[in-house]
Design a protein around this ligand. Structure first.
Ligand code: SF4
Ligand code: SF4
Length: 144
């Protein structure tokens, strides 16, 4: 639910070169079927092989398996090794619905995302459009 008192009109954000902080936070990386197909193609793997190796599937969701000593199989020192094909939730971060609609959460996220508060102003409508893409991509995770 939106907290009206904390709504924002514009957000400042620019991803910072060399940073990988959002990839090392606790939590899972969820996938859409299109994410899976795109990532597999990027790695020149058959989707079934990619899934067997990297994906955990339940009746309702797909997520990346988490390796033992790092948060993500694709994270390298210099960043995401599948950047052009990365999952929707990674591409849209930090414009996730739960952050865009709540100033307090947005500010909390700034504690680990140095891009927040930097760069150009992003109008709230554009931020919400991205958040909407996130809702559409993962309908099970967001109730409207
Ligand atoms: S897929 Fe790439 S961007 Fe997403 S968490 Fe893994 S390394 Fe980070
Ligand atoms: S934490 Fe923020 S600045 Fe760092 S890589 Fe992620 S989005 Fe970019």
């Amino acid at each position: 639910m939106l907290r009206e008192a904390h709504r924002m009109t514009a957000l400042r954000f620019e991803c910072q070169a060399g940073c990988t902080n959002c990839c090392t936070q606790k939590g899972f990386v969820y996938l859409t079927e299109a994410d899976l197909a795109r990532m597999a193609a990027f790695l020149k793997m058959r989707p079934a092989d990619f899934e067997r190796r990297y994906v955990y599937r339940t009746k309702t969701l797909l997520r990346l398996r988490m390796p033992r000593h790092t948060q993500c199989h694709f994270l390298r020192e210099d960043g995401c090794s599948i950047h052009p094909a990365k999952p929707t939730q990674c591409r849209i971060f930090p414009f996730w619905p739960e952050l865009v609609d709540d100033k307090r959460e947005w500010r909390k996220t700034a504690a680990y995302c140095p891009g927040i508060g930097k760069g150009k102003l992003v109008q709230i409508e554009s931020a919400r459009q991205l958040a909407g893409e996130m809702r559409e991509a993962y309908p099970g995770m967001y109730s409207r």
